[in-house]
Ligand binder design. Sequence first.
Ligand SMILES: Nc1ncnc2c1ncn2[C@@H]1O[C@H](COP(=O)(O)OP(=O)(O)OP(=O)(O)O)[C@@H](O)[C@H]1O
Ligand SMILES: [Mg+2]
Length: 362
Amino acid sequence: MSIFSLKPDPVVGIDISSTAVKLLELSRSNKGIKVESYGMEYLPEKAIQDKNIVDIEVVGNVINRLVTRAKPRSQYAAVAVAGPTVITKTITMDAGLSENDIKEQIEMSPAQYLGQSENSEEIEFDYQVIGPNDKDESRVDVLLVASHSETLNAYITALEMANLKVKVVDIEKYALENAFITLAQSMPEIDEGDTVALIEVGATITSLRVLGEQKGEPKVIYTGEDLMFGGNQLTEQIQARYDLSYEETNLAKRNNDLPDDYFKTILEPFKIDVAAQIKLMVEHYYKHSDYGKLSHILMAGGCASIPKLVDHVKDKVDGHVMTINPFSAMSIATRVSNHALMNDAPALMIAYGLAHRTFDKY
Ligand SMILES: Nc1ncnc2c1ncn2[C@@H]1O[C@H](COP(=O)(O)OP(=O)(O)OP(=O)(O)O)[C@@H](O)[C@H]1O
Ligand SMILES: [Mg+2]
């Protein structure tokens, strides 16, 4: 099993996040990029924990339902792993080594390179030569990625339940960064060399990343510490007030299908809270980085779909604040619900990054 897979077959992106499974399939022609299929199904609480599939049966059934509805063309999937059982590390090796030597050396004892005492039979690993080391020309940087076999097997089994074959296993963090870089480069509002923030407010985590230029290349130059804060806090309040299940609440939030008093007494204070958290994260960036002023602040994650959240954020931070939409320049197949896709768009950064792997050239 290769973590950075090398197969040219088209793939459908399957993002198994903590609240939902999101399916996205893209194609490219001379008319540009097109959304071929899309769908999202909410997961029951605790099916995923710490970014790991806990209940394979439940997750597999949800993916199966999703695939039946969305009908992707491809039967090959790109998925992303994350969480404490996934390790990435950059090591340096002698620049004189051939690809084969590198492979052999790592294969002999991957656990040692990863600084793990583990039995290497229980870990799946892969690596990619990044390029010459900055400080020492006689060395090359090699990115090493490892995951427990059990973690990967859970993905493979759950996808098999929906007749999908795992072709690409990405690292969630890289899928998100790649999506961010590709989108920022394609946005007419953003100029080359601009310093741009991506703030993701999901269900459990709020994160901040900053894109800048390094040696003329766009790069994520700052990653803030993840905040354990997100839409789940809002979900809990709704559940307590209106006696709804976790899934019912997520659906109601997405469809704005809640009693009138909700908007003023629960949603409004939550928006103020989100904006305050973002203000702190941005201040932390300015304090600890010398990359300077953020020209644009892009809002992503499911909570970015909350109406007028952007206005609250605008009041708290400088820079041009906007909600990200990976599909603004794409055409959309007629069988895809445009309304659902636009509503969910900010929560689809990872799905977009994974679906984009279909254009990888090897
Ligand atoms: N239209 C909407 N209005 C309000 N809240 C929404 C909307 N769509 C999604 N959400 C909320 O956003 C959250 C899900 O966001 P997202 O899909 O980015 O999270 P995730 O990737 O599942 O979780 P994590 O934070 O662990 O990465 C949920 O709390 C959900 O209820
Ligand atoms: Mg997420």
